[in-house]
Design a protein around this ligand. Structure first.
Ligand SMILES: [Zn+2]
Length: 190
């Protein structure tokens, strides 16, 4: 029987909240909800929850909607690895659970496989309702997980010294080098 709740929220309520929080109906958010649910159930209650997402797509929003971990409070770290995986861990004990998309499970599906591996004709992009239904029905075989330990917590423990960048005059963390990242060739703007 398909799972009816996500992190103790009724599945229908989650789908509704997902749409308003994420700004649209997203298969990645549906899948992400099950990933967060699985990680939290296997990790059990922890006092100092942190989450690491290994993709910038959709998954961070599922974490922010379902846990107290956000990009702004620093308890959610987002890596741009393009992997549909996350780790929930206690930042004091450093013990956690990593959950990832099991491609053997994906291979047993129809729409999910087309959507996730971007196969099939571009025109026949699966319709959301059908795809979401398949995700809900196959949630049990789509995910894999295992306990992990982190060598250190990913959130900066204490504020670092700041310096004034000699090139732009703005303040930045002094441990990043002689100039701010923007003036050291990493600017994302022109
Ligand atoms: Zn600068």
């Amino acid at each position: 029987m398909a799972q009816a709740t996500i992190c103790e929220i009724d599945l229908q309520d989650y789908l509704y909240e997902m749409e308003s929080f994420h700004g649209g109906r997203s298969p990645g958010m549906v899948l992400g909800g099950f990933m967060v649910d699985r990680a939290m159930r296997e990790l059990g209650p922890v006092e100092h929850l942190n989450v690491v997402c290994e993709t910038v797509m959709c998954l961070p929003d599922a974490v922010q909607l379902l846990t107290g971990c956000t990009a702004g409070n620093g308890y959610l770290q987002v890596m741009d690895w393009g992997k549909y995986a996350l780790t929930a861990y206690d930042r004091i004990s450093l013990n956690g659970v990593r959950v990832w998309l099991d491609m053997d499970g994906v291979a047993q599906t129809d729409l999910i496989k087309k959507w996730y591996t971007r196969t099939g004709e571009p025109r026949e992009k699966p319709e959301f309702t059908e795809l979401a239904k398949e995700i809900v029905e196959h949630a049990g075989i789509l995910l894999a997980s295992r306990p992990v330990t982190l060598p250190k917590q990913l959130k900066r423990k204490r504020p670092v010294m700041t310096a004034l960048c000699p090139a732009c005059g703005e303040s930045y963390p002094a441990d990043l080098g002689d100039k701010c990242p923007g003036c050291s060739g990493q600017a994302y703007y022109e």
